[in-house]
Design a protein around this ligand. Sequence first.
Ligand code: 0X9
Ligand code: ZN
Length: 304
Amino acid sequence: SVSYYDRYHSLEDVRDLIVSYILLDQQDCPGTPRHGQSHPDWLILSGRQERAEKRAMWIDCGIHAREWISPAFCLWFVQYSLNFYNLNNDITEMLNSMDIYVLPVMNPDGYKYTWTTNRMWRKNRSSSKESNCVGTDLNRNFDANWCTKGASNRPCDEIYCGQFPESEPEAEAVANFLRSHKDSVKLYLSIHSYGQMLLFPYSCSNEEVPNYAELFELVQEAAMKIRRYYRNNYKYGASAKTIYVAPGGSDDWAYNLGIHYSFTFELEDRGRYGFLLPPSFISNACNEALLALKSIALRVIQKT
Ligand code: 0X9
Ligand code: ZN
């Protein structure tokens, strides 16, 4: 009776729901488009309270519609948390030290569209009177050097930045949430595919962030663990140099808001299947990203 996308506050509430959802294994389309409803829905994972002012981390998945491994990762992570809390030391420490906000699909209308109509759709599904073309790239719609080089002001383009920063309800809702939780949220993570990269700001300029060395060490260590445990290579570094210059991204915006541990992961693969990653790859892709996430989050807990 309660929708999966409703907010949950305790691990027990969601266990059955999440487990059955994961078992769908991409055979069915989770989530429904919510036309007319402006807020994406997240869930909160929370363990035992260890100190008065509990820290938090934020993970969003599915900014880009066709990157199906991304929502799968958010759900994988939720299921892992539910199953291994109090069994695995890392996840137990993470959940006891931080509330974890998980947004499984930031772009539900676009995601739905990739299941019904066009598997390669990237943007959301917003329309305007100015153009016949549909959709804004949500990862160009945040207020970080908005709509400069690496984004487009043409509504028909794949990297259309929208009419103004946070013009899209999905981006605005996430930005509002983070603005109102910025004191507790220490770690921001956005999950994309593909390319196998662990990225940190900036992407919106070639400038180095003040804690570049620290962020570099974090992604380097995470990539090293993936190499060691899964024999898979991930590139790592500042986005502008590692992938490309692109303004208006959520990671850069969150960084500038004051969340100085801000990352974007590009999950498997490196291009063989690309966005069409077969279901048989889900477990490996998610497990290696989970390893990277745990590695980074535990370090951030030590530092904050
Ligand atoms: O271009 C993007 O938005 C991301 N790559 S993707 O292929 N998944 O579209 C990279 C995001 C890196 N960070 C920023 N551009 N801020
Ligand atoms: Zn993406």
